[in-house]
Structure formats: structure tokens, C-alpha cells
Design a binder for this molecule. Structure first.
Ligand code: BG6
Length: 505
């Protein structure tokens, strides 16, 4: 077939390259920029996915010259890049990097930024297009957004696009997230706002939609007739690193439950979208988020914990309260587990057990559908003693893949049935490694594709779930757990109360 030059822009098999543009990063010297954004820009360049006319602008409070900034960027990209290092790719990119120093309340610095963008239209042919990445503390958002409004930088016109990328946390409760949304919407038009939840950029999370909606095998059993319960786990072995100040005011529920975990739940529970478009996927996710119910008995079914000193990978690690910058009497949670419901015909009565924690035994994120047991087993009880519930496990990370757990006869002369696993591993089936989440999402921003970005209403619906939990926990002390254990005992008791157990991923 002769390729059609007027190809459908939604044809995702063809590599998509954005229009000429600039990427402006506020907070370019921060952790996120160094570990994720700069390496992602390099990886995109290395894969030939950046436009030929491209410029990277860094804005931060340091008094640096372009050269220092280029050096910092190079080091960051080299250290954290996913794809092999090619000096010539970096050299080319480095020629397009500019640093604008200044503080966020400095009018002159923003005037200079606006002028630099204007200048790049001529020198780099960026066509006036620009995406602004707010990799800064949320408290700074109003100042920066107002500066962008004042200088006219936020304005999209028929000739050029201007977009803004907002990093989580999107507020710290429903009220503040509404205020933040109103503020962002008063400066940028809704279509130009991209809220990043980097879990949606993970390959396996997108595969959840493929698994469910591209196959005929799973969907008929993807409901409360067959599913006993769903377990969503996001476990981390790391502590809080150098982020005490942020974490003390945030805690596990606001940091990851409100966003990453509820998004995973929404994708697991949602109905099939009419088409694979931002609007339709967003609509289906929103329906789920609105249908989430929280437990009546919070004491049992909403558990939070905090790690104490313990052992991880043979090393002694300190407790949360002993971490640098943490209040020695802090009541911030580093673990949260909650039993949620989804009040729809498909899911009514099925518990969704969701948990996350720091300093757990290993880093693993997975979604497990635990199926009901067969209504009748025509074997002697002793033959099936080691048979558990069938399970379908989507492993988001690491060892990305899908595992199906079911019973099988143990070889031999007696009828003994035991659990076995059937594995699909990305690493074995595909030769290409998965792009980093930020690589994918950054590219989508430059392309203007909002499919993998949560919408305003989703963020607000998620806070509606979290606010009552936070209210219940306010003024209480979290249960403690030793670093290297799977959370506090109360989390196990939560499932035991209903005759279930957490998976040991
Ligand atoms: C971030 C949280 O959103 O996700 C961090 O703020 C957490 O606390 C991180 O460590 C985990 O991301 P990933 O991609 O390493 O699982």
C-alpha cells in the first residue's frame, strides 16, 4: 500500500515528532529536573523525537551563565539517561540550551524570559510555540503564573501554542486544589493545561487498557460475578530521601494515594471508552472516581503507619522520626492502606484494597485481581490444600509484565492440585526497552496529546476520596512498622477481618 501523506494524526504507529517549539523549565536545578526531565529530553533527542527546531530554557534562582547550566544539564542527562550516551547528540542539544536566572517575583527576569522566547523565534525557528514546566513548589505557582500572564507568555494564538505542565501535588485537599485549578485556568485555557501523573506514562499502566480492551479473554470475568477482591500495591524500599520538608506536610496518602493509586484503580475499574481519546478515557475514569466509596468503619479499614528503624537489604536504616529534617514527634504517615468500594453494577460488593508505603521490603507496584474460588471442587479437601484463589496480576514495576496464577495437578500418581504461575514478561517478549514515563509524557505535552493526563475533575474527585480519610486521621498517631516489613500489623488485620490476606509480591 502506498503510504498516505495526509496520514491520520492519530495513527500512533508512526513516530510522532512535535512542531518546532521551546520547553521552558521552572526549577531546572531541582531534583525532578535533574533526575527525570533533563534525561528525558536527552533520550527524546537521542531517539530523534524532538523537532529540528527546538530550544530548552531553564529558569532558576541561580546566578549562572549558560555554560554552567549546560554543564549541569550534561551531567544530569549523562547520569540518568535511559538510552546510550552519544556525545554528538548532546552537543547538538546543548547548542539549543539557554539559562535565564532570576527569582520568581523578579519582573525583570520574566521580561527577559519573554524577550528570550521572542529572540528564539528568529534564531531557532521555534515558531512561538512553548511549553512551560512548573517543577517548583506549589506555593510558588501563583507568583509564576501571574508573571506569565503579565508578560503575555501564557497566551495561545491561532499562530502559536503555549502550554503549561503542572506537577503534583495538585493542592493538598479539595478546596486548595479547586483554588489551584481556578488559578491555572485563569491564566491558561483548559486545553493547554497538562497535569502530570507520571504513573500514567508507565508502559504497563497503558498496557492495562490494552489487556482489557484489546482482548476477549479477560473482560467477561472482569466484574464482581467473578472477582472476589482487587489489591493495588505500590511499595517502595526507599525512605524519604532528602525530601523531609515536602514529605512532612504531605504524607503517603496525599503524596501517592490521591494520584497514582487512584488513577490505577480508575483504569482497573472503568468501563470501555467509546474511543481511545483524552475525552472518552477521562470520562470513564471520572465515573469510577465519583463512584468510589470509603469505609464506614475507618478504624479497621483505613490504616496508616510510620516506619521505625529496621533492616533493609542487610543494612540498618533509621526510623522516619530520625530522618534529617523530620520532627522527632512527627505523626506524618509513610504507609497508608484503605479498603475502597466502587459503587457500580460491575463492582458493587468487591473490595478494592489499596496500599502504599516507604521502607517496605522491596520496590514493587502491582494490581492483582483475586478471583472467587470455584463453587465446587470435586476433589478431596486434602488434595487442594495448597490451592489458592486464581489471580491475575499486572506488574507495573519492576519486571514489567502480567502473571496468571491458577491451580494445576502436581505430577505423580495422586490427584494433588497446587498453584502455578504463567508469566508474560516485557523483557522477554519485546527487544525494545520501555521509555521512561517522563519521556513519554514530555513528548505528549509537546505533541498536545492529553490522553495520559488526568483532568481537573478527576483531581477533584480524588480529593473527595482522600479528604475524609485525612479528617479521620488528623490528630491520631500512625501505627508503627519496622523498616523492612510489609507495613503495620493493623494493615494485615484489615484484610483478616474479612477473611483475606495481602499478597506478598
Ligand atoms: C512520586 C512520589 O510521585 O512517586 C514519591 O512523590 C515516590 O514519593 C515516587 O517515591 C515513586 O515513583 P516511581 O516511578 O519510582 O515508582
Amino acid at each position: 500500500m502506498i503510504p498516505n501523506p495526509l496520514r491520520d494524526p492519530r495513527d500512533r504507529r508512526l513516530p510522532r515528532v512535535p512542531q518546532p517549539c521551546a520547553l521552558v523549565v521552572f526549577g531546572i536545578t531541582g531534583d525532578l529536573a535533574r533526575k527525570k526531565l533533563l534525561p528525558a529530553v536527552y533520550d527524546l533527542a537521542n531517539r530523534g523525537l524532538l523537532p529540528t527546531n527546538f530550544a530548552l530554557l531553564g529558569f532558576a534562582r541561580r546566578d549562572w551563565a549558560d555554560q554552567d547550566f549546560a554543564e549541569l544539564s550534561r551531567e544530569a542527562a549523562r547520569k540518568h539517561a535511559r538510552t546510550p550516551w552519544r556525545e554528538e547528540v548532546w552537543e547538538q542539544l546543548a547548542a539549543d540550551i539557554t539559562f535565564v536566572p532570576g527569582s520568581f517575583d523578579d519582573d525583570a527576569a520574566f521580561d527577559q524570559l519573554a524577550a528570550t522566547l521572542g529572540r528564539l523565534e528568529g534564531s531557532h525557528g521555534i515558531g512561538g510555540n512553548a511549553a512551560f514546566y512548573l517543577s517548583i513548589p506549589p506555593a510558588m505557582f501563583p507568583t509564576v503564573l501571574k508573571q506569565m500572564q503579565r508578560t503575555g507568555m501564557a497566551e495561545s494564538t491561532p499562530e502559536r501554542w503555549r502550554r503549561v505542565v503542572v506537577e503534583k501535588p495538585f493542592g493538598d485537599d479539595l478546596l486548595s486544589s479547586r483554588q489551584l485549578n481556578e488559578l491555572v485556568d485563569s491564566v491558561f485555557s483548559a486545553d493547554d493545561v497538562f497535569r502530570i501523573d507520571h504513573y500514567l506514562g508507565k508502559e504497563t499502566v497503558q498496557n492495562l487498557l490494552a489487556l482489557r480492551f484489546a482482548n476477549s479473554l479477560f473482560e467477561p470475568i472482569w466484574n464482581g460475578h467473578h472477582v472476589d477482591s482487587v489489591q493495588i500495591t505500590m511499595a517502595e524500599d526507599v525512605g524519604i530521601g532528602g525530601r523531609a520538608q515536602f514529605y512532612e506536610n504531605t504524607g503517603a496518602a496525599r503524596d501517592v494515594l490521591q494520584n497514582h493509586l487512584l488513577q490505577l484503580l480508575a483504569l482497573t475499574a472503568m468501563e470501555e471508552p467509546v474511543e481511545f481519546s483524552p475525552e472518552e478515557i477521562g470520562t470513564e475514569k471520572l465515573k469510577v472516581l465519583r463512584a468510589i466509596s470509603i469505609p464506614e468503619d475507618m478504624e479497621t479499614f483505613a490504616v496508616r503507619g510510620q516506619y521505625e528503624q529496621g533492616w533493609l537489604a542487610g543494612e540498618r536504616v533509621s526510623g522516619y522520626r530520625q530522618e534529617e529534617g523530620v520532627d522527632p514527634e512527627s505523626t506524618t504517615e509513610t504507609f497508608a492502606a484503605v479498603r475502597l468500594g466502587v459503587e457500580t453494577r460491575r463492582w458493587a460488593g468487591v473490595p478494592f484494597y489499596v496500599r502504599t508505603g516507604k521502607r517496605l521490603p522491596r520496590r514493587v507496584t502491582e494490581i492483582a485481581l483475586v478471583f472467587k474460588r470455584a463453587p465446587h471442587l470435586p476433589f478431596a479437601d486434602t488434595d487442594t490444600e495448597e490451592l489458592g484463589n486464581n489471580q491475575l496480576v499486572i506488574r507495573v514495576q519492576p519486571d514489567e509484565g502480567v502473571t496468571l496464577k491458577f491451580g494445576s495437578k502436581v505430577p505423580g500418581s495422586v490427584m494433588e492440585v497446587r498453584d502455578v504461575s504463567m508469566d508474560f514478561l516485557y523483557g522477554e517478549q519485546f527487544t525494545e526497552t520501555s521509555p521512561e514515563a517522563y519521556e513519554r509524557l514530555l513528548l505528549d505535552v509537546l505533541l498536545g496529546d492529553a490522553t495520559l493526563f488526568p483532568r481537573n475533575a478527576e483531581v477533584e474527585a480524588s480529593w473527595t476520596v482522600i479528604d475524609p480519610l485525612e479528617e479521620f486521621w488528623a490528630g491520631t498517631t500512625p501505627h508503627s512498622y519496622r523498616a523492612g516489613e510489609w507495613g503495620p500489623r493493623a494493615a494485615d488485620e484489615m484484610l483478616a477481618a474479612e477473611g483475606r490476606r495481602w499478597r506478598r509480591p
